[in-house]
Write a protein that binds this ligand. Structure first.
Ligand code: FO1
Length: 311
């Protein structure tokens, strides 16, 4: 069974840990957000791609959910000496990934090719595709002005009120090789429990992706990242509310209703099932909080089973 997953950062990586425990990596294609990519010290950083790779390779700092475990920050400390702003925590080992990525890109490789090389180097066998090899950047208009995603998320700690979100470059970006095909040929399409606005939004903004999802023969199954009106981590609930999207599983269903077949919602939101279904999306109620490996695995199984039942 070929599984294609749409993924943002930390929540997605945890969901994918469950997926690789129940399906062979060779059968999995992950389409990653690139809207929160950023350049620091001339190096191209792709946080969502790296979070997925490090997590699935067992190399992630599990406490933080990003960066490498056992990481040191000596290079970043040394950069302070030259007056650099060092609010973004790039560890020494992590910097090697970004140096490698930047070197390959400067030598003419595409982001897809670079990503494949990092996936291989970390011993993974799944296919991980940036949604595009073209530049797409998330910019948030906030009460503190226009902020690039990492400025909003890390430098300002998601404090500013978000008024509007745009994905610069998305209108002219082309899906990376294999992206539309992975959607077209999948048996199951899973949408990870990521922020619908800033993690999945940039993927859906690349022309052709949303249309391919609507036309896909495979059932599209999402897991709601909102439980009881709140996110486990991150600003999705506040951001949805300030953008006029209901910050509940119902708002998630409505955001994806043009292509979504099934939404897995948490037990806590059982009462929302009829409203989710009123948005034209079948609701499956399950335990969606992933504390340990068993829960990650169980959630992946629920998503696959929901897709099979929907075919
Ligand atoms: N998140 C933080 O909250 N603080 C950081 O200093 C930070 C550094 C960082 C370095 C590399 C990387 O791949 C991710 C990093 N993240 C950091 C996470 C990142 O900002 C977000 O989790 C994603 O962009 C959202 O999916």
């Amino acid at each position: 069974m070929k599984v294609t997953a749409l993924a943002g950062g930390v929540g997605a990586a945890r969901f994918l840990e469950g997926l690789i425990a129940v399906a062979p990596q060779e059968d999995i294609t992950v389409i990653s957000n690139i809207g929160d990519d950023e350049e620091f010290f001339g190096l191209h950083v792709s946080p969502d791609i790296d979070i997925v790779i490090y997590t699935l390779a067992g190399a992630i700092d599990t406490e933080k959910g990003w960066g490498l475990k056992g990481e040191t920050f000596r290079a970043l400390d040394a950069l302070k000496r030259f007056g650099y702003d060092t609010w973004f925590g790039l560890g020494d080992g992590d910097l090697a990934t970004h140096a490698h990525r930047t070197d390959m890109l400067r030598n003419g490789a595409t982001l897809s090719e670079v990503t494949r090389s990092i996936v291989d180097a970390f011993g993974l066998r799944l296919k991980l595709l940036p949604v595009s090899d073209d530049r797409v950047r998330t910019v948030l208009s906030t009460d503190a002005g226009d902020l690039a995603f990492q400025e909003y998320f890390v430098k300002h700690g998601t404090e500013p009120e978000v008024r509007n979100v745009r994905f610069n470059g998305a209108e002219t970006a082309r899906p990376a090789p294999g992206v539309l095909e992975a959607i077209r040929t999948a048996d199951v399409i899973a949408v990870a429990p990521s922020n619908p606005v800033v993690s999945l939004g940039p993927i859906l903004a690349v022309p052709g992706v949303r249309e391919a999802l609507s036309a896909a023969r495979a059932p599209v199954v999402a897991v709601s990242p909102i439980i009881g009106g709140k996110t486990i981590k991150g600003p999705a609930d506040r951001m949805m509310a300030s953008l006029g999207i209901t910050p509940t599983a119902v708002g998630v269903a409505e955001t994806y209703s043009d292509f979504l077949d099934v939404l897995v919602i948490d037990e806590e939101d059982r009462a929302l099932a009829p409203a989710v279904e009123a948005a034209g999306v079948r609701a499956v109620v399950a335990q969606t909080i992933m504390r340990g490996p068993e829960e990650k695995r169980a959630l992946a199984e629920i998503v696959l089973a929901a897709a099979i039942a929907d075919r």
